[in-house]
Design a protein around this ligand. Structure first.
Ligand SMILES: [Zn+2]
Length: 245
């Protein structure tokens, strides 16, 4: 299975997991044309699009996506979005299992300043068990047998404090960041707290433009957990399988 990162961060988020016959999309923060291009314009192979929450960088283009694929999110997210057309996303409950093609998706609640944000555990015979969690300052659940993890690693508290001290960041924004996004030490602790015996790789998501350092974050996390770690950025392609090779 291939992972294509359409974008990751506070501007726009979009991820596509696909093989030759089926694809799943996560987030609709990028123009739908980027998503369609990623699947080589075979939109019929997209079995689901999962949306974590209503913020624009994750859901801005939801109406366009609904024209091409089935879109799923929580009730809170669906109700928090303003629509121009009559089309609506399909609502999933927390811990509900969704079967889409050969993918089995389970939702769980995350911790963010939005209506009803979700994370997703995505299982597929090729991938194994993949955890997707973004825009959450921590994760209150533990997961076993994870093979791949896509997790937020938004900021480093030292960089954040330094930016406030130097007048580059307003303290109100600092407060909001702390209460809604994941700090690198929390990302590391989350990875360590989960069963890593089958873990092949970790993809760090949604790094802050000003309060993070991609190279340093990659090094710090891979050193801490001893696994292959990548930082998601626009255009990144990775192989995401059950076994490392
Ligand atoms: Zn958000």
């Amino acid at each position: 299975m291939e992972l294509k990162v359409l974008n990751s961060g506070s501007k726009a988020n979009g991820y596509v997991l696909q093989n030759d016959t089926e694809a799943i999309v996560i987030e609709c923060g990028c123009p739908v044309s980027d998503c369609l291009q990623a699947v080589n314009f075979q939109s019929s192979k997209i079995v689901a699009c999962l949306v974590s929450h209503e913020h624009g960088d994750h859901a801005k283009h939801i109406e366009k996506y609904m024209e091409y694929m089935p879109v799923y999110c929580s009730k809170g997210t669906a109700e928090a979005i303003t629509y121009k057309s009559k089309r609506r996303p399909t609502v999933l409950r927390c811990f509900q299992k969704l079967v889409a093609g050969n993918f089995v998706i389970q939702t769980f609640d995350t911790q963010h300043d939005s209506a009803e944000p979700f994370g997703f555990v995505i299982e597929h015979p090729e991938i194994g068990k993949l955890l997707f969690a973004t825009d959450t300052y921590y994760i209150k659940y533990k997961f076993d047998n994870l093979t791949n993890v896509m997790i937020e690693c938004n900021y480093d508290k030292d960089i954040l404090n330094e930016n406030v001290y130097n007048g580059l960041l307003h303290p109100v924004v600092q407060e909001r960041t702390i209460r809604s996004h994941m700090e690198i030490d929390t990302t590391i602790k989350t990875l360590k707290d989960n069963d890593a015996s089958h873990l092949n790789q970790v993809v760090l998501l949604h790094l802050s433009g000003n309060n993070a350092s991609p190279e340093e974050f990659q090094k710090r996390v891979s050193l801490a957990i001893g696994k292959c770690v990548s930082v998601a950025h626009k255009g990144l392609n990775l192989i995401v399988n059950k076994t490392p090779f």
